[in-house]
Each structure stands twice: as structure tokens, then as C-alpha cells.
Design a protein around this ligand. Structure first.
Ligand code: FAD
Length: 316
């Protein structure tokens, strides 16, 4: 079932979770072990992230180096099918432009359609690790909106190969990303919001946000979206902070601020368990306030912390 229909038909605030594909070499069992403690909360769907390959250098026997491309976390499409089969819950694969040609993306979309998966979260992806800025794959897309248009075309039966006449129409519900604290490359929030509006005008059904730790930033973001006629549902993305290292790592990677009250409380902790407790309590309060605000869904990035997320959702 489509995310947008679940949102329209909801009787209460929905819960959804997000997982990463395991590192290559691990089994699907590791995904199930991660999700098992969370399934008791009846999630409306499970998101599965998408990852490009990364290049690294391997030493040859003669001492020289060879550049190799390795996709460390493949399997998004298969994991979505496995989750749906194992738990009878909808899965939402992410799709990215970076590292993929339009043809590879078309084939992934055909696989998803054949598997009965009718949701995608459409993203650009970040720059490759060894590149300072995002460069599209030759034959790939530059921005999320371009990928969104490809999915929209397939929903109309239009494929890349112009020889395909009367192509089968897919039926994907499309989500896109939004940034309450601005995407780091955008010159300012106003311009970032104009590009977000362009994605919605191009057919995005809902917005899912980057993580944030200060609800006021989310409330302001929603107000700013509504003021420029972005009317689609906006789903807050939420993540627990569980250790002191994250106080510097999360702002560096995700370009978000940690509120002073949270950072001070974390820095005052004596043990890792204390840190986890502080982060859990913060997320519980954040979630309760967002629920009162009337968000349609609380979406949790579970990344390695399913028990913390279970503790949070238990309290709602
Ligand atoms: P876009 O919407 O394309 O925007 C990228 C930047 O370009 C922004 O600064 C925007 O303002 C600007 N821009 C947009 N359109 C134009 C235009 N026409 N001209 C000029 N500038 C423009 N990454 C992964 O690799 N895998 C994942 O699974 C994944 N999941 C994510 C889930 C969520 C909810 C979020 C918030 C992010 C996720 N990311 C993921 C990270 C995401 O790929 C990065 O944040 C990426 O840098 C931007 O993606 P986007 O879809 O927002 O890009």
C-alpha cells in the first residue's frame, strides 16, 4: 500500500522505521535480528537506504596499488522484498542518483514494480567519498528532481527506450527529502525551499526530513513550507544520540545543530549508559511534542540502536 494512502487513512500518528542494508557478506538474518524488537510496535512501513559503490586502493602482490570499486551495502531491493515477505509490512526503498545510470535505475524500478513494491524515497545521494562535490554518474541524474521525473514517467508508462510503446505503467508513491536546517549546499533556506517545492510540483507525494534535535526548527520548517504552498505531508526523521562522540560527528556529517541543553546534559554524563539514557529521554520528549503538534508519522532512523528506539516508542 502507498505511504500517502496510509497517511490519509490513519486513525492515529503512524510509526515507521529505517534500516541500512548490512555490509556485504552478512546475511538477511542480521536485518531481521535488527528489526525483530521493533515489529511489536506495528510500524506502518520500513525504509531501506540505498548505497553507491566507493572506490579504494588495494595493494597488488608487486607492491603497486589497484583502484577498486566496491559497493559495501548492496541489496536494497532484495531486502525490501525479504522484509515484506517475512513481516507482511510494506517496505520503502530509497533510490539515489549518485553512482547509478538512468538505465540501472530503470531496471531497479522494474524489479521493484514486479515485486509489488509501490513506494520509493527519491534522493540525489551525497558526493563520492573521494570527491569534494557531487558529480553525477555519466548517464545518471544530477538532482533528485531528475530521478523523480524518471519515476513519474514510468508511472505514465514512459521508459528510456523510445521504442517501447504502450509500456506498462508503474504505480510508485514518491517521497523526497527536506531539510529543516537547510541542505548544506544550498546558499540559504529560501532557495533550498524553492527546490523542495519544485520536487513537490514535479509529483512528490510527501516529504521526509533530515534528523533534527530541536523541534522548533521542524515547526518553523513546516510553517515555511506551508507559506509557499507546499501542502504535502511532512514526516519528521528522528534519531537518538547515544554517545558523546556523536555531538561532533552528527553536525559534521549531517550539517545539523545539537541544542545546548542536550549537549550539556550529554557532556555531564559519566558513563555510556548515562549518555544513552539522556539521549533516550530527549527523543521521548521530542516525539511526544511532535505527536501533539499533529505530525502524521514519527519516522525513526534505527541505525544500530533498535533497543533504544523500542524504549522510545514504548513511551508514546
Ligand atoms: P536534491 O533535492 O537534488 O538537492 C541537493 C542540493 O541541490 C540542495 O542543496 C538543493 O537546494 C540543490 N538543488 C536541488 N535542485 C536544484 C537545481 N535544479 N539546481 C540547483 N540546485 C538544486 N543518501 C544516500 O546515499 N542513500 C540514502 O538512502 C539516503 N537516504 C536519505 C533519507 C533522508 C530522509 C534524507 C533527508 C537524506 C538521505 N540521504 C541518503 C542523503 C541525501 O542523499 C543527501 O542529503 C544529498 O546530499 C541530497 O539529496 P536530496 O535528495 O535532498 O537532493
Amino acid at each position: 500500500m502507498k505511504v500517502i494512502d496510509k497517511i490519509k487513512n490513519r486513525a492515529a500518528t503512524l510509526i515507521s522505521f529505517e534500516v541500512l542494508p548490512p555490509l556485504k557478506g552478512k546475511t538477511i538474518q542480521s536485518v531481521f535480528e535488527h528489526l525483530d524488537p521493533l515489529m511489536a510496535f506495528n510500524p506502518a512501513w520500513i525504509n531501506v537506504t540505498y548505497h553507491r559503490s566507493e572506490s579504494s586502493f588495494k595493494r597488488r602482490a608487486d607492491g603497486s596499488f589497484e583502484k577498486v570499486e566496491l559497493r559495501k551495502r548492496p541489496g536494497t531491493v532484495g531486502i525490501c522484498a525479504a522484509i515484506m515477505n517475512h513481516y507482511q509490512v510494506d517496505a520503502v526503498p530509497h533510490l539515489i542518483c549518485g553512482g547509478f545510470t538512468q538505465r540501472e535505475t530503470e531496471d531497479a524500478l522494474i524489479d521493484l514494480d514486479f515485486l509489488g513494491i509501490d513506494n520509493v524515497l527519491v534522493l540525489r545521494g551525497d558526493a563520492a567519498k573521494n570527491e569534494g562535490q557531487f558529480n553525477p554518474q555519466p548517464g545518471g541524474h544530477h538532482y533528485a528532481i531528475d530521478l523523480l521525473q524518471q519515476v513519474g514517467n514510468m508511472n505514465k508508462g514512459i521508459y528510456l527506450d523510445e521504442d517501447i510503446k504502450n509500456g506498462g505503467k508503474t504505480n510508485f508513491c514518491m517521497g523526497v527529502a527536506g531539510y529543516p536546517e537547510k541542505h548544506f549546499e544550498a546558499p540559504n533556506l529560501e532557495i533550498d525551499l524553492q527546490y523542495l517545492k519544485a520536487k513537490v510540483d514535479a509529483g512528490a507525494d510527501y516529504i521526509m526530513t533530515q534528523m533534527f534535535f530541536d523541534n522548533q526548527k521542524f515547526f518553523d520548517f513546516v510553517e515555511a513550507c506551508r507559506s509557499i504552498d507546499i501542502t504535502v505531508p511532512i514526516i519528521p526523521g528522528l534519531k537518538p544520540i547515544t554517545n558523546k562522540k556523536q555531538l561532533t560527528v552528527l553536525p559534521r556529517i549531517f550539517h545539523i545543530d545539537i541544542p545546548t541543553a542536550l549537549s550539556e546534559a550529554m557532556l555531564a554524563c559519566k558513563t555510556d549508559a548515562d549518555c544513552e539514557q539522556v539521549g533516550t529521554e530527549w527523543l521521548i520528549e521530542q516525539s511526544k511534542e511532535l505527536k501533539r503538534f499533529g505530525v502524521p508519522v514519527l519516522h525513526y532512523y534505527t541505525l544500530g540502536k533498535p533497543k533504544v528506539i523500542a524504549n522510545v516508542v514504548q513511551q508514546l
